[in-house]
Design a protein around this ligand. Structure first.
Ligand SMILES: [Zn+2]
Length: 405
């Protein structure tokens, strides 16, 4: 038996006036998803449990078969894993944004999408300053891309701090979020404020200001956590599985769970991702794996950009290029099951993720008699399916492997 899980990141949506009150999923031409719905079982589910952020990290952790309540520790450590950053016990990994600060407010959480080259210089300046001034300084910056970086700090207590994501508090007075009464909280706040002294008059920023660009004049530390301790996928489920994705967070999850991470040249995590290459690598991965999880980020990016056309196109490409090829390949191996779902909705009107239910369809080549009346894969039609409105969450893999589905 072979298994495929096809995740269209953020592909479900709300009925949009621009589409005559239909959703992008309803409008997109997607004969393969619809065929799976017609011959399979459908329903609605939710992958990001309450009390946790509705992020791709949390939602996909559920889809991978791990309870986020038990294993989710923050997005910092997941990104660090994919960048090959080694941590020791007691290390806490923070996301570190280079931000533009003015009068105690974040006016730009991307510092004008600062270039990686400029940002790298600033990260080096931070490391040098703190190391020179405090020989026992317990932190280190790892530069990433553009405004997105990581900071590893060796004090387990700091994992308890609650610091909002910078993109959620733009133009607000941020001091109220940093009013910590613990010594470790004050330390993190001091590091953020001291970064201003280092960055303000750095040549990179002086040049940016002279060119009319937003300076990266402060850092914002957030999204921190310790390295999660996750059992290997094979130890939990006793099958070989591979993940195909263009996104750091999912690659990081694959590392922690020891899933086979298939790197696809041309998988960008954006509109321009190479669908053909993903389809080809997915088909190849079927040879050595029982389960192949294919993740496409493009519909989520289209949702964030409120680009309805790109969202529809992304869904159609997933259907035609990836599912089309996979569905031709699977019968060569005998019986198979295919699951199609988004991790969470990224509705165009919100430009961000929502906690609404998502459609899920499960097709099993040995269970075609079990089908329900759903003939189209969509937010509305799936609600009438035999899987009902169920909180499948992290039981997805378990249900897929046993005979429930
Ligand atoms: Zn997502």
């Amino acid at each position: 038996m072979k298994y495929v899980i096809m995740i269209g990141d953020g592909m479900s949506d709300y009925p949009l006036p621009e589409l005559n009150n239909h959703t992008p999923l309803e409008v997109a031409k997607k004969p393969n998803m619809d065929k799976l719905a017609e011959k399979g079982c459908s329903g609605l589910t939710i992958n990001a449990p309450k009390n946790l952020p509705v992020g791709s990290d949390v939602a996909n952790m559920s889809i991978f078969g791990y309870d986020p309540h038990k294993y989710y520790t923050g997005r910092g450590p997941i990104e660090a894993a994919n960048q090959g950053i080694e941590t020791v016990d007691g290390d806490v990994v923070f996301r570190c944004n280079l931000i533009t600060e003015k009068d105690g407010k974040i006016v730009d959480f991307t510092s004008g999408h600062i270039s990686t080259e400029e940002a790298t210089e600033l990260m080096e300046a931070l490391n040098k300053h703190f190391k020179d001034k405090y020989p026992d300084f317990k932190g280190f910056w790892h530069h990433g891309l553009s405004y997105r970086h990581l900071f590893v700090y060796h004090d387990i207590n700091t994992s308890k701090l609650e610091i909002p994501a910078p993109h959620d508090i733009v133009d607000e007075d941020f001091n109220k979020y940093l009013d910590f009464d613990t010594s470790y909280g004050k330390t993190i706040k001091d590091i953020m404020f001291e970064s201003k002294e280092v960055l303000k008059n750095h040549p990179v920023n002086l040049k940016r200001v002279s060119e009319g660009k937003n300076p990266a004049n402060m850092i914002w530390l957030w999204g921190q956590g310790t390295k999660p301790s996750m059992p290997a996928f094979k130890d939990l489920y006793n099958i070989d599985a591979a993940v195909i994705t263009g996104v750091d967070l999912l690659k990081g999850l694959a590392i922690f769970t020891k899933l086979n991470k298939v790197d696809v040249p041309g998988a960008t995590g954006y509109f321009d991702t190479d669908y053909e290459a993903k389809a080809e690598y997915a088909c190849n991965a079927l040879k050595d794996n029982d389960l192949v999880i294919i993740h496409v980020e493009a519909p989520d990016e289209a949702g964030h950009a409120a680009d309805i056309d790109e969202k529809i196109k992304a869904i159609e490409r997933i259907d035609k290029i990836i599912l089309g090829k996979i569905l031709k390949e699977l019968p060569k191996y005998g019986d198979y099951k295919v699951v199609v779902l988004p991790d969470h909705p990224t509705p165009v009107p919100l430009k961000t993720h929502s906690r609404d239910l998502v459609p899920i369809t499960v097709y099993s080549s040995i269970n075609e008699d079990n089908k329900d009346n759903v003939k189209v894969f969509s937010e509305k039609t799936n609600s009438e399916g035999s899987l009902g409105t169920s909180n499948i969450g992290c039981d997805l893999i378990k249900n897929l492997l046993n005979n429930t589905w």
